[in-house]
Design a protein around this ligand. Sequence first.
Ligand code: Z5A
Length: 219
Amino acid sequence: MVTARGLFITVEGGEGAGKSTNIACIQAYLESRGVDLVVTREPGGTRLGEDIRAVLLRPREEPVVPMAELLLLFAARAQHLQDVIQPALHAGKWVICDRFTDASYAYQCGGRGMPAAAVRALETLVQGELRPDYTLLLDAPVATGLERVRGRGELDRFEREELAFFERVRDTYLQLARESSGRYHVVDASQPLDAVQARIEEICAELFACWAPRHPVAK
Ligand code: Z5A
């Protein structure tokens, strides 16, 4: 796919699937080919978004109503789109975003049981027509991901969820990938890191090969 603006690529996956690790690999690969890009994350990416992230991740005694959680995520997303994502795309940069709205379908609908119609309505309200061009889903069994991250200290509010919650999140991601197979690239993230990164570089090479002919600045 070739667009006049930069490409909007999102990276999704369950806990410990390797999103942060592999985004560094994507960034290195694309920058070495002259792609001007912005790496960002959700929830977060702006000062307001990072404040909302801290609120969302902090464990609290009162149960958080799923609708409140969803609205906070979209509040952060609105600021992120306005301040970071849209300006970068319009300047011709690629945006690599660690999680985006598919995470709301996976966690708030799949995990928490919110109706997909609620996310769809907010998606239209906040994003207009903007959707990711490509989504890389790092898929691994829940136990594998949890094992990778559970040694890292105090658990955040999401990490305290039961196994079944993460299984529903994974199932929802895989369902989204089946429904949007043209946009999604699913990578088996349970493989050793060098195998995962080799596959990710192949995917980046395909995207770059589609985009580069229209953009002579790229090497
Ligand atoms: N959330 C939501 O509910 N709704 C939304 O709309 C959005 C988000 C946008 C924070 O996200 C929470 O926000 C998230 C969902 C919710 N909560 N959860 N769960 P986050 O993305 O910041 O949180 P995270 O998923 O917990 O990120 P993470 O735990 O840091 O995972 P990661 O970035 O995917 O993994 P990593 O840090 O790259 O790797 C973890 C470790 O595994 C590390 O030591 C690596 O060296 C190792 N690793 C990575 N790959 C491999 C392979 N292939 N083999 C062996 N070891 C590996």
